[in-house]
Design a protein around this ligand. Sequence first.
Ligand SMILES: Cc1cc2nc3c(=O)[nH]c(=O)nc-3n(C[C@H](O)[C@H](O)[C@H](O)COP(=O)(O)OP(=O)(O)OC[C@H]3O[C@@H](n4cnc5c(N)ncnc54)[C@H](O)[C@@H]3O)c2cc1C
Length: 450
Amino acid sequence: MSGLQAHVVIVAGAGPAGLAATAALSKAGHEVIILNRDIKFGGLAEYGIFPSKLKLRGGLKKQYWELLQQKNVHYLGNVTIGKGKDLTVEEVCGLGASAVVFTIGAQGTKAIGVEGDSAQGVFHAKDVVYHFNRLPGFGDRPFDMGKHVAVIGAGDVMVDIAHWLTRYKKVERVTAIVRRGPVERKYNPKEIRSVCASMDLDGIKAEFVRIKDRLAKVGQNPDEVLKAFTDEFTKCEPAVSETKMGFRFLASPKRILVDGNNRVRGLEMEDNRLDPKGQDTVAVGLKEYYEFSCDSVVFAVGDKVDETVGLPYKSGLFTTNPNKTGNDPDDALFQAYDESTGQVIDGVFLAGWARKASEGLVGVAKRDGDWCAEVVERYLGAKGKRGDVKIVLDRLHMRLQQRQSRPVNVNGLRALDVAERSFSGKTDCIGEFKFSANQDMLKYIEQKSV
Ligand SMILES: Cc1cc2nc3c(=O)[nH]c(=O)nc-3n(C[C@H](O)[C@H](O)[C@H](O)COP(=O)(O)OP(=O)(O)OC[C@H]3O[C@@H](n4cnc5c(N)ncnc54)[C@H](O)[C@@H]3O)c2cc1C
């Protein structure tokens, strides 16, 4: 397919989903323009995945660099889409591309909805993760965690936060607060290796004694559950701090307790029991409350999409077409849909965490991007008129100039890469040097790139 015959597709977001869609669509010969909020590509592969996972991060980075070298891939970082941002959704859709794919992830924060959640020492997991991965806007912000941190959640993100707290912050104690029981834990057994050397085994045994009758009532044998739970503490990464980690099960935070300076001093917790629900269980509050002391609280309970972007939104998600098409993958699942008009938004698609917030690992987001590209290909196949990438790019640059935006292309990324490598002796706690402010990055980029 020559450049003039190809369709032009805009992909908003350069995380694993957007870059997978870009790879498939560019391979099919289309011209792909990527617009990304962050200067750097990668999304949570750059700013979410734990810094010490060097092999995973390095492999993805290499693959993404290769993609961005393709002639028919046009990268522009530092371009945020949304009301009052560099471009609105309507402006992006009006640039003349044949299709626009939104893969902007789940950038919203789930409302915690408990009294006291604005106290000092209450954090959202995503902000903490962005902080230790040095995302601009978060990297240099102070995150005063105190000595005893309660992390609400039982998934991989809870483990990542605990990992950072034990290995780098070296706090005294981390307690994972879990609504249901140990059987219902959600983290991957491999992930717990990063913190299992810090486990307070006596404390965990005592916690099992506290909840054993409630486990037995739903047919869970407490001894067997304890064994299965602690058997996963193998191949532990060596401990590098005195931090102790424990668990508090069958517990729902109801209120954040604060001191006279509005600083967290604890949680009011409700005890839960488990009730069977089909093959699963459900937590039921016992209306028995107690105080749990801690200095800070991190909510690691998943994210929602950013409803302020300007895409149709409902209940934490951007809305997609509810009417099945029967194709495989089903086109409807990826088509943006406006419930107020009952219409599909022609040529606008969603993939990755922008389609299903907080769903799965990089592989799942990549597969979603691949599937979305198949759906977009079908759409483009039925669309006669093709676009001219030069015209779309000219319009885009004109708009960005009007807004005094400072987009960063692949040459700029190369200059940034060189600059960051030259600082590699000055690594901070995360093991690689990263500028944590856009201004610093832009200084190097605009000096060195053409
Ligand atoms: C703490 C944490 C740890 C994880 N660890 C692992 C792991 O170890 N292994 C693993 O396989 N998976 C891991 N994951 C999951 C993995 O990161 C996600 O599955 C994946 O990154 C989702 O990809 P995405 O492209 O949908 O979204 P994202 O990765 O979030 O990418 C979204 C992109 O959109 C851009 N963007 C956002 N808003 C806008 C906007 N308004 N305008 C323009 N661009 C925008 C962002 O700059 C970003 O580049 C982890 C996730 C988290 C949160």
